[in-house]
Design a protein around this ligand. Structure first.
Ligand code: F6P
Length: 354
């Protein structure tokens, strides 16, 4: 008989590195004499008791694969959709299934929404341990989340490719990058890809400042520009409720319309979308997911719960889940990455140089 039984689920948007993390938690758990049960499709599988036994053989060959072998969803136990638009609190069902399977702990792999939902279950008495995953890199109290590095590489490669066609046609190309309400992905990919303008939710932009910087490039003999804009970026003017263009679906489309209306520049838009969530995890994400996952299994074997396993330098550390839940890690406007970019004359749309 194994000494402990643990459950594991992946919730929220998927990202590269989830399978590497499942593998790490699972294989280390087996080594530490624990049995592992996977719940399918996020918290829905916990509520509906849809499970799969994660034997070591099921954990082999998944280190490099994207997505999640468990499936995922954005459903929350306390607001499960009934299909007719109404929701119902299924927390008691989740707790009952946890008890029925005699789980010693439940591992939840997810971003900010998952940290909150997992913390709600911890308050109901479940032994919860979470891992920080998301391409957005916005989970508090961890240096970084897995999925971020891969998505940053994908977005940077896209910017590389857009450079050549922008150059040939002497165009401005606006590339929209995911990240929900934070700018980490746009900032990292924008700098790595050499974007000329980088627009983040944390720094409201002015369209006239962007046009000035694009025209200045033309004056200097540069015949194209790349603008990297976060999906959550907003112009300072967007704060005014009368702005009709605010209803446009995409931040890049909104900005392109404004630039077009105020200048003669030839502008095109590329929205990277879910491309950024797909594909095989980068070596850095495989390594991070493996470090976090194995540390997680060790903490559970030691009897710990109510924690998120965070990345701290080369090490991992357990931080209180209640301290993480409900927080968002925004890009500080004086972050060193921003300082570096400003020194290279990258425009952030706020009129500041250097
Ligand atoms: O949180 C990850 C993320 O990809 C965000 O960057 C984006 O805003 C959101 O998920 C998209 O969600 P969905 O896949 O549900 O459309």
């Amino acid at each position: 008989m194994p000494s402990k039984v643990i459950g594991i689920l992946t919730a929220g948007g998927d990202c590269p590195g989830l399978n590497a993390a499942i593998r790490a938690v699972g294989k280390a758990a087996h080594r530490l004499d624990m049995q592992v049960i996977g719940f399918l499709d996020g918290f829905t599988g916990l509520v509906e008791n849809r499970t799969v036994r994660l034997e070591p053989s099921r954990l082999s060959g998944i280190l490099t694969s994207g997505g999640t072998i468990l499936g995922t969803s954005r459903d929350k136990p306390h607001r499960m959709p009934l299909g007719d638009g109404s929701v119902v609190d299924m927390t008691p069902r989740a707790v009952a299934n946890y008890d029925r399977l005699h789980l010693d702990a439940l591992v939840c792999l997810g971003g900010n929404g998952t940290q909150k939902n997992a913390n709600r279950l911890a308050k109901k008495g479940l032994n919860i341990v979470t891992l920080p995953k998301t391409i957005d890199n916005d989970v508090a109290m961890t240096d970084v989340t897995f999925g971020f590095d891969t998505a940053m590489s994908t977005a940077a490669e896209a910017i590389d490719r857009l450079h050549t066609t922008a150059d040939s046609h002497h165009r401005v190309i606006i590339v929209e990058i995911m990240g929900h309400s934070v700018g980490w992905l746009t900032l990292g990919a924008g700098i790595a890809g050499g974007a000329d303008v980088i627009l983040l939710p944390e720094i409201p932009y002015r369209v006239d400042q962007i046009i000035d910087s694009l025209l200045e490039r033309y004056r200097k003999g540069k015949r194209f520009s790349i603008v990297a804009i976060a999906e959550g970026a907003k112009s300072a003017e967007d704060d005014e409720p009368s702005d009709k263009e605010e209803t446009a679906p995409s931040s890049a489309v909104r900005l392109a319309a404004k630039i077009h209306a105020l200048s003669n520049l030839d502008v095109r838009v590329t929205v990277l979308g879910h491309l950024q969530r797909g594909g095989s995890p980068s070596p850095a994400d495989r390594l991070l997911a493996t470090r976090l996952g194995t540390f997680c299994a060790e903490r559970i074997a030691a009897g710990e719960s109510g924690i998120m396993v965070a990345a701290r330098g080369d090490c991992c550390e357990a931080v209180k889940l209640s301290h993480v839940a409900g927080k968002t890690k925004y890009v500080p406007v004086d972050h060193p990455w921003i300082r570096s970019a400003r020194l290279l004359e990258t425009c952030f749309g706020d009129g500041r140089m250097g």
